[in-house]
Write a protein that binds this ligand. Structure first.
Ligand SMILES: Cc1cc2nc3c(=O)[nH]c(=O)nc-3n(C[C@H](O)[C@H](O)[C@H](O)COP(=O)(O)OP(=O)(O)OC[C@H]3O[C@@H](n4cnc5c(N)ncnc54)[C@H](O)[C@@H]3O)c2cc1C
Length: 404
């Protein structure tokens, strides 16, 4: 499935000179990861830290799946608010899930600090404004829930919003210690680092035939056979070689990247901006002074073939940016549409297949896919090594909307 169409921005920001060492296939790997996006490389990094012999197989080039369309926003809050998640899975689990997201941003920062330019990782606050006056009630409830459980946040009223951002909204929840980064730079640099630490990377190899043996699994590919004890599926929104997701939604989403502007005067501290409406509009700035605007999700998985459709949606996004910041004079430099997946219970798919031991999944479905990939890589490392991990039950694949 073609996962994005249009012109992507992040691949233009790196020189993409990752040269992949042509390692002969080892007789046996402790772990093979299928998928060379952000999830795959966070898993590879964790496997190497744990001292495991690991290979990664990607059917195309590194970081060119959904990772290339990812707008690089890292929130600790989620598409489902904490007070709503408390109603869904109980206070203890919901608060722990939010804490896992908070800690995952710290883990991503720690990895970014080992990469060139820190992969443009920067701490930012996120401003979620009330799209409608009545949404302020929800935001205030969420502020109380976050504040009560010690998550750093503020509530801004209409006066503060006008003063700091120049536009008129009745209220906003501001979450502190969020971040932005460049996902393609991060993955390409992490791939290089992992390769230096012993990861075997194989690109342009599709995996779809897996055979169980007494020792583990054999992956049959046109380039040869790979034998392994454990498989991690980090295949993003694409068809799984094994297993079926329950309760998943595949949609498509749009994003534009503007030309660079001289300054961000009306844009308080280059915050990440989003809103309460669903589907939501979201925005960030880039290190080279551009603005990224995303949203307008549609209930269709396939990206549009027609350029006219992409142009129409891109102009709509530009119009929405101008509604908030009429003084910002920009044009569109890049625009694209990409497939996007989430789950109906708003939780990612992380863990071991309920009926197939040694098959692990790292599928960060949802708007916070990067953060989920990081927290999931941590969980999987414990599970793979037979260590207890209390967080695993929150995202277990054995749940009602897990994997069969
Ligand atoms: C427009 C848009 C904006 C987004 N913005 C954000 C954001 O700001 N923050 C955030 O956290 N998330 C965001 N997301 C979500 C985010 O992109 C994804 O959750 C995340 O990047 C997916 O990474 P991944 O590694 O799971 O998937 P991918 O990057 O798609 O990697 C999976 C890889 O597996 C490979 N593969 C699949 N099947 C096989 C096979 N059988 N054999 C070999 N290889 C295979 C694919 O080729 C692909 O490269 C956004 C998504 C979209 C569409």
């Amino acid at each position: 499935m073609k996962i994005h169409s249009g012109t992507l921005y992040w691949p233009t920001t790196t020189d993409n000179d990752l040269s992949i060492i042509k390692n002969p296939i080892a007789p046996f790997y402790e772990v093979i990861i299928i998928g060379g996006g952000i999830a795959g490389f966070l898993a590879a990094h964790a496997c190497l830290e744990a001292g495991l012999k690991v290979a990664l197989i990607e059917k195309e080039d590194i970081a060119m799946g959904s990772t290339a369309a990812n707008t690089g926003i890292l929130h600790y809050s989620n598409d489902i608010m904490l007070h709503e998640l408390i109603e869904q899975i109980g206070e203890k689990n919901a608060v722990r899930f939010y804490s896992m997201c908070y800690e995952a941003i710290l883990d991503i920062e720690t990895i970014a600090q080992t990469l060139p330019d820190q992969a443009d990782f920067r701490r930012r606050q996120s401003i979620c404004f009330a799209s409608k006056t009545r949404d302020t009630t929800k935001l205030l409830r969420e502020f109380k829930a976050l504040h009560t459980h010690g998550f750093p946040c503020e509530y801004w009223n209409d006066i503060i919003i006008k003063e700091r951002l120049g536009f008129e909204k009745d209220g906003a929840l501001v979450t502190l210690n969020d971040a932005e980064f460049n996902p393609v730079k991060f993955v390409q640099c992490l791939a290089e680092q992992c390769q230096q630490k012993g990861l075997h990377i194989y690109t342009n190899i599709m995996v779809n035939v897996l055979e169980d043996t007494n020792e583990g699994t054999i992956l049959h590919t046109i380039n040869g056979q790979f034998a392994t004890r454990n498989v991690i599926f980090a295949t993003g929104y694409q068809n799984l070689p094994y297993g079926q997701l329950k309760g998943t939604n595949l949609k498509r989403s749009y994003a534009i990247v503007t030309n660079a502007i001289d300054n961000f005067k009306p844009w308080y501290e280059q915050s990440l901006i989003w809103e309460t409406k669903r589907p939501y509009l979201y925005m960030r700035t880039t290190p080279d002074n551009r603005i990224i605007v995303g949203g307008l999700d549609e209930d269709k998985a396939k990206v549009p073939k027609s350029e006219a459709k992409l142009e129409k949606q891109s102009n709509k996004l530009l119009g929405l940016l101008h509604e908030l910041f009429p003084q910002v004079d920009v044009k569109i430099d890049y625009s694209y549409c990409a497939t996007f997946g989430d789950s109906i219970d708003y939780l990612p798919y992380i863990g071991e297949h309920p009926d197939h031991p040694h098959y692990y999944y790292l599928l960060g479905h949802g708007g916070n896919g990067t953060v989920y990939s990081m927290l999931g890589a941590n969980i999987l490392m414990d599970l793979l090594q037979g260590l207890p991990n209390d967080d695993a039950r929150i995202v277990t694949l054995a749940r009602k909307n897990g994997i069969t």
